[in-house]
Design a binder for this molecule. Structure first.
Ligand SMILES: [Zn+2]
Length: 473
């Protein structure tokens, strides 16, 4: 049976693979014949190698108190609207929205009956913390006629105008994060400046990143300055280099995804910093949950160093206050590592976890450029209730993945570097099968537990404070 058909124009139309197990490749004799030369994923499993990396979670011997009671989770979405102007389908705008929830795992959701009220969940999860416009293709700004310049200007504006927890703008957070980046980023940030890897103008000498680096091209975090060489506008948000992928004449879905990811990472940091300022006792009982890997991909990847640094600083300050650090984790729901864990689950008994050393990451999971992107380290977890979770957790000190020299034994995946691991697993047990849903994490959680919109943190904190006072009296 043919699974492709010739279209009138001569192009081929291919059937999409089914999500329900049966794939058209099984019926295509040509594909089957060639596939015979490839190993099935199952045939690559190495039980001995897996068992060496698996351990029951109760062998960890780490702190189990305080129990995680609160979860902060963010959910970003974005949409590229076509036909921004009537009858011009190629004119596009990008709209991104980040919503967040503060979940109280001790209070069940107050919805009545077995069915939850969609409006209540919407109320808690859809109140956006960040909502922003970015120009897409074929849009000419009245001042910045070059579409890429308009995009850069609007990105800066979004970062300048958006405030997290009424305390920090996204620019403030970017600056805080860079204070924990690599040395040149730290030095610039300590002066209120952001280091730019290059000038965006292709014909400027500072467009060469080596020249820009040796000159130390910096701009104030909160205002535009002209390039010292070519005079074009430079904004601090140019440091993410997202403009390099911006296409003035085509779809920019990927560009929007990159912006959304960066903002999500910053929002979680912002909420943690604000909790620390306003209510530090809450921090050790809180899990900060990122929907995806704790990693930054693409041109903006270098900010992963600052993100790691700031989380380590927050954790370190907790320890100095004689508190346990908060739980910080990312959960990946798709991708090959998730499929792999499902495949090998019989070698990872319920109630145990698997650390993933560098060679397993590279040779089996085929994850590359780990050292340049990840600020959390990947673990597999098979919960007692059967959940299979691929998570990333930041180490208390050092890099998540160090640049290792070949032949040296791997010590970086040892659980001792991740003192929150056992509390992380326990928090996951508590959240239970809710994380298993197809829905995005904040929405899943809000179905079961009391959820407060993050854009209203004052309100949340007031509720929690009043609750404590009630308990005391
Ligand atoms: Zn320049």
């Amino acid at each position: 049976m043919p699974y492709s058909s010739r279209l009138p124009g001569g192009g081929m139309r291919f059937e999409m693979a089914s999500r329900f197990g049966h794939t058209p490749t099984a019926d295509n004799p040509r594909i089957q014949e060639r596939l015979a030369h490839y190993r099935k994923p199952e045939d690559c499993f190495d039980p001995k190698r897996i068992e060496d990396l698996v351990e029951p979670t109760d062998k960890l011997g780490q702190a189990t108190q305080p129990t995680i009671r609160y979860v902060v989770a963010v959910d970003g979405s974005g949409h590229e609207y076509e036909e921004t102007f009537d009858r011009y389908p190629s004119t596009r705008v990008l709209y991104l929205q980040i919503a967040g929830v503060f979940i109280d795992l001790e209070h069940m959701s107050e919805h009545e009956g077995p069915f939850v009220s969609p409006s209540k969940i919407a109320e808690a999860t859809e109140a956006a913390v960040v909502a922003g416009f970015l120009p897409g293709s074929f849009l000419e700004h009245e001042k910045y006629t070059d579409p890429r310049t308009a995009f850069r200007a609007e990105l800066f504006d979004l970062f300048n105008a958006t405030r997290i927890q009424q305390q920090f703008s996204l620019l403030d957070l970017m600056l805080e994060v860079q204070k924990h980046g690599i040395a040149p980023d730290q030095q610039a940030a300590s002066r209120g400046e952001i280091l730019l890897p290059k000038c965006p103008n292709d014909s400027c000498s500072l467009n060469d990143s080596n020249v820009a680096r040796s000159r130390g091209l910096c701009v104030p975090a909160h205002s535009m300055i002209p390039c010292p060489e070519c005079g074009i506008e430079l904004w601090s948000t140019d440091t993410f280099r997202i403009f390099e992928s911006f296409r003035p004449d085509a779809s920019n879905g990927e560009v929007m995804g990159r912006c959304r990811d960066i903002v999500e990472h910053l929002v979680l940091v912002g909420v943690a910093l604000s909790l620390e300022q306003l209510y530090p006792k809450l921090l050790p009982q809180t899990a900060f949950l990122y929907d995806g890997d704790l990693a930054v991909f693409g041109e903006a990847a270098r900010i992963f160093r600052g993100l790691l640094g700031i989380w380590q600083a927050i954790m370190g300050r907790c320890i100095k206050r004689d508190q346990q650090p908060p739980v910080v984790l990312g959960i990946a729901k798709t991708g090959y590592p998730v499929e792999h864990l499902h495949g090998i689950q019989r070698f990872v008994p319920p109630g145990s976890y698997m650390r993933l050393d560098d060679s397993y990451m590279h040779e089996v999971l085929r994850v590359s450029s780990l050292t340049e992107t990840y600020y959390g380290r990947k673990f597999f977890y098979h919960a007692s209730d059967g959940q299979l979770i691929v998570l990333t957790v930041p180490p208390l000190e050092g890099r998540a993945y160090a640049k290792s020299t070949a032949g040296t034994p791997d010590t970086d995946s040892q659980p001792g570097r991740f003192p929150t691991l056992e509390r992380t697993f326990r928090a996951l047990d508590r959240m239970g099968t809710r994380l298993y849903d197809d829905a995005v994490i904040p929405v899943s959680l809000a179905h079961t537990w009391a959820a407060y919109p993050l854009n209203n943190a004052d309100h949340v904190l007031r509720i929690l404070t009043e609750e404590k006072l009630k308990k005391k009296s």
